[in-house]
Write a protein that binds this ligand. Structure first.
Ligand SMILES: Cc1cc2nc3c(=O)[nH]c(=O)nc-3n(C[C@H](O)[C@H](O)[C@H](O)COP(=O)(O)OP(=O)(O)OC[C@H]3O[C@@H](n4cnc5c(N)ncnc54)[C@H](O)[C@@H]3O)c2cc1C
Length: 236
């Protein structure tokens, strides 16, 4: 039997007796997929997201094989573009383009993709609450009825109880910090979407640019190419 939940907000979605089997924090691809999997396994799942959906996410939107294979069965990938070619350069110079007869990877729009995954989790039976930010989790103290239960505390002071909590709240994860995750380095990612003339868009259709001066970018480029699994990539 579950312990009684301490739900202090009047607009709380779950009924006041609920101790969720799984509370997932963060409705990006990781959280939505975890919520989907747990709901499919018959668990009572609450997915909490601080933003309203669809929410913007800084991302190139490239979907490589392992990501595609991890999607819920039957999930229709909202592909905007199929990439057949990659241009590599170093500080904007020495550009070389490699082309493939096959699709190297697809490009999706993140707000659309992420919202689709959340819909899949909902369809599987997960309950979703958006516009709620988790501030911390408590494993001891007056909010926690027993040792099998965790209290998830929201920004407005409401507490949600869970048997298990999945931290899928991104790179600055509060749940990660709770379990002792420490990052040696945090990098800043910037993104701009710039309209281009039609001729430029046509020239870049199905092609991406990877410009790098450091090992990381180069390594990512290599990973993209080896994904082709022995495909012949001809120079442009
Ligand atoms: C510039 C850039 C380009 C990228 N390009 C690619 C690419 O081309 N292909 C690729 O595969 N990956 C790419 N990535 C990486 C990709 O964006 C991440 O790996 C992916 O988004 C991680 O998914 P996630 O579900 O773990 O976290 P996120 O997508 O970050 O989702 C976390 C969610 O948790 C929510 N959240 C955070 N804190 C709380 C809280 N306290 N309470 C409630 N909710 C909370 C956030 O609002 C968010 O919706 C890129 C990343 C960057 C920065």
């Amino acid at each position: 039997m579950g312990a009684e939940a301490h739900v202090s907000s009047d607009n709380a979605t779950p009924d006041k007796e609920t101790v969720w089997d799984v509370v997932v924090v963060g409705a990006g691809p990781a959280g939505a997929s975890a919520a989907h999997a747990a709901a499919c396994a018959g668990r009572r799942v609450l997915l909490l997201e601080k933003a309203e959906l669809p929410r913007y996410k800084t991302c190139g939107g490239g979907i490589i094989g392992p990501s595609r294979e991890a999607l819920p069965p039957g999930f229709e990938l909202p592909l905007r573009e199929r990439v057949h070619a990659v241009t590599f350069s170093m500080n904007g110079k020495l550009a070389r383009t490699r082309r493939s007869k096959h699709v190297l990877f697809g490009l999706i729009n993140r707000p659309e993709f992420d919202a689709g995954l959340v819909e899949a989790a909902k369809d599987a039976g997960a309950e979703v609450r958006t516009g709620v930010s988790v501030t911390r989790v408590e494993q001891h103290g007056p909010s926690v009825p027993d040792r099998r239960t965790v209290a998830v505390v929201l920004a407005d002071g409401e507490t949600v109880l869970a048997r298990a909590v999945v931290g899928a709240d991104g790179s600055a994860s509060r749940i990660g910090a709770h379990v002792g995750v420490k990052l040696d380095q945090v990098d800043l990612g910037l993104e701009a979407e710039i309209p281009v003339p039609e001729t430029v868009a046509e020239d870049w259709a199905g092609r991406v640019l990877i410009d790098g001066a450091e090992g990381a970018a180069t390594q990512r480029a290599r990973t993209g190419v080896t994904e082709t699994d022995g495909d012949e990539l001809g120079a442009r």
